[in-house]
Design a protein around this ligand. Sequence first.
Ligand code: C2O
Ligand code: CU
Length: 524
Amino acid sequence: MTTDFAASPAMPPGRPVRRRRRLLLRLLLGALALGLVAVLGLAGLATWLWSQADMSNVGQLRFANQLKIPPLLEPRLDGAGRKVFDLRLQAGTSELLAGRRTETWGANGAYLGPTIRAARGDRVVMNVRNELPEATTIHWHGMHLPAAADGGPHQPIQPATTWSPSWRIDQPAATLWYHPHLHERSEDHVYRGVAGLFLLEDPEANSLALPKDYGTDDIPVILQDKRFDEQGQLDFGEPAFSPIGRLGDQLLVNGTHDPHLTTRHQRVRFRLLNASTARSYHLGFADSRPFDLIATDGGLLEAPHRTTRVPLSPGERAEIVAVFQPGERVVLRSFQPNLGLGSLEGRFAGADDTFDVLQVRAGSELSGAPPVPDRLVVRQRLDQAEAVRTRRLELNGSSRINDQRMDLGRIDQAVTVDTTELWEVANRSGNPHNFHVHDVQFQLIDYAGRPPPPHLAGWKDTVFLPPSATVRLLARFAGYSDPELPYMFHCHLLRHEDNGMMGQFVVVGPGQAPAGPPARHGHQ
Ligand code: C2O
Ligand code: CU
C-alpha cells in the first residue's frame, strides 16, 4: 500500500493506519455480505419468478361445476327476410369462482355472449348495442363480408349507441367467433369477457353424419385463461417477463371454472375456440385416446385426421369428434404447447404449462352414432399459378409488421378484388406470434418450408408462427371492394396486436386506387 494516511491533515494522531485498515476491512466485509444477500435475493427472486411462471391446474380440480353452454341467440325476421340478431354489450358481475362475484363484461349477459347461428345464403343484420362504459367494436372473426361490416378498429361503437351491419353469409359451414377489436383495447375488452361463437351451416355439412345437436352432442368449448386477485377480481397486473402479455393460472371453459360435461352420447363433437388473449394450448385427452379432427378455422377438412393432439393458438378453432365408453370419465387436457422457444423464453410464454380443461362424464347408457365419414367435403383448392402477386410480411419484435407499427391513418396494402394472392409471412423475431387476416379464409402452400401438416391443411384464417418460421399462404379476395375502408391483418396475441403488430389492407376494384387514409372515426 502506498497511500500515506499520515499525510492527511484530518488524521488524528495515534495508530491511524491500523484503524483505517480495520475500518476498511469492516466496510469490505459489510459490502460482501450485502452483495451476497443481493445475489441470493436476486437468485431467489429469479427462482421464484421462474417457478411462478410454470402454471398448471392438473390434479387440482374437482370438476365440480356443470359446463355452461352459451345459449343460442334466436333471430327474428325483418320485412326483407333478413335474420336480425340483437346483441347488447354490458358490464355486470359473474360468479366465475365459487362464491366470488367478479366484475365482467359480456353480450346479453355479464360474461361472454350467446352463440349466433346462421346458414349459407342467409342475409343477416347484427344490432350491436353498446351499454359498456367505453367505446368498443365487434369484429366477426373469420367472416367474409364487406369492410364496413367487419367491426375492426374503424367501426367503433360509442357508449349508448347501436351499430347495425348487414351482409349475406357466403362461405362454407364453420365455427367462427366475434370479439371486440378497438384500436389498442382488444386485449382488455376480450379479457373482460366479450366474446362469443358464430356458427355457420350449409347443406353439404348438414348432410354429413356428424354430431350436430348444439349443446347435446355438439359442444362449444371456449377456452380462456384468467388470473384473479385476492378479491376475486380479474387481475390486470403485468407479468414479470412474459414476451406475449398476460397469462392466467386459472382456466375457464364457456365461463365455467372447474367444469365437467355429462353426456349420453357415444360420439361427441367439440368445437374448440382459443379465446385467450395470449395463451396457446395443446389439446388432447389425458389418456391420449385418438380422436378425429374434422374442421379448422374456416370449415370442414376434406377427410378427418385421426390424431391425439391438436395445437390451438389465440383466435384459432378446431372441431374434433371423440368416442366415449359407457360410465367412463376422461379429462380433456392441454399439454405443454410447442412454441418453438428456448427453455427460458418458453417458460415465460406458457410453454411449460398444462391445464385440465374439462372432465367428460359418460352416462351408463350411451346412444350410438355412426362413425365419422371417411370423406367430409370437397374443398375448392386455390391455385398458386393464379396468384397475381406475392406480398411479404415480416413480423418484427412484439409490435411491428414490416418494421412499422399499426397506424389507423395509413393503408399498408391494396389488393384487387376477385384476385388470388400469395402472402409470405415470416416471423423475424424471437417471440412467438400468429397471423390472422380479415375477410378471407386462406390455404397454406407450405409451413416452415414443409407441406402443411394435416391440422393446417384446411381453411384457415389464423396460423401460429414460432420464431424464424415462414408460412406461405394463398387467399382469394372475392366479392367486396371498398377503396376507403380497410380490413386488418395482425398477430392475434392481443397484446402484440394492441402494441401495433397489425396492418391495414383495402380491397379495391380493378384499376382503382385506394382512397387515401381513412378518416379517423370518432375514437379518442
Ligand atoms: Cu379475431 Cu382482427 O381478429
Ligand atoms: Cu405476436
